[in-house]
Design a protein around this ligand. Structure first.
Ligand SMILES: [Zn+2]
Length: 245
């Protein structure tokens, strides 16, 4: 486990991504909004994204650190699993369960269950299983006290899935885009930026435009300018219907 940004401590929200930048692309508005409300957030990347076409694992780690600074999260770690083809097995699940036990979060955010990149659903499945097994006290081979988070939400990334929950991030959209641009080797940096590596589908201005359009579509559903969309792991409940819109 590489520490990208400070040591693991207790947090309210723990966000997982199989690649560094998944969390920024899909859930950083939610993270910024909850940090603003006083909650603590940690991020755990499962791989270093070493199969990415541009940049290197080293540049990606330093970009993840810069994005973490922009989001204001408490800590970030990288589990250094192999990018691509990582299997859903005991060793991988327990590595993730250990981070959950050390962080004791109320809420977990995870990759989309269905997406264009096949790693995303695999990351989602690994975290779903770790979400359950981290609570079993008979598992004693990993660090930390047994802990089951209250719930888990799958953020929506590339594929057009219908959200079951939308979170208003209108106030945070500019900071979110700055956190995404911190991945300098990956994403569009503006018209005057030097680009000395080959273009990829995600490095174009069109991809940034698509991201903004998607946040607007999710926002429209809840009468907000911009939102992030989530798929539920289980039913949600509230005490007060007025808390929903
Ligand atoms: Zn990804």
């Amino acid at each position: 486990m590489i520490k990208v940004y400070k040591e693991i401590g207790q947090v309210d929200i723990l966000a997982f991504g199989i690649h560094p930048d998944d969390v920024e692309l899909s859930a950083s508005g939610t993270i910024l909004s909850h940090i603003d409300k006083g909650y603590k957030v940690g991020v755990c990347d499962l791989t270093k994204g070493e199969l990415g076409s541009r940049g290197t694992p080293r540049t990606r780690l330093s970009e993840a650190k810069d994005a973490s600074d922009i989001m204001g999260i408490d800590w970030r770690v990288n589990l250094e699993m192999a990018d691509g083809f990582s299997s859903i097995d005991k060793a991988h699940i327990l590595k993730i369960a250990e981070v959950i036990r050390l962080a004791q979060p109320k809420i977990i955010l995870a990759n989309a269950l269905d997406d264009r990149h096949p790693d995303h659903p695999r990351g989602a499945q690994l975290v779903r299983e770790a979400f359950f097994f981290s609570g079993l006290k008979m598992i004693t081979s990993i660090q930390g006290k047994p802990h089951r988070a209250d719930t888990l939400y799958h953020y929506i990334q590339d594929k057009q899935l219908s959200p079951e929950l939308c979170i208003d991030i209108t106030k945070y959209v500019d900071t979110k885009m700055a956190a995404i641009r911190a991945y300098k080797t990956q994403f569009y940096q503006g018209e005057n930026a030097e680009d000395n590596e080959g273009a990829t589908p995600i490095s174009s201005k069109a991809f940034t435009d698509f991201m903004i359009a998607k946040m607007k579509v999710f926002g429209r559903a809840i009468n907000a300018e911009y939102a992030e969309g989530y798929i539920l792991h289980r039913e949600i409940g509230v005490d007060n219907l007025m808390d929903l819109r």
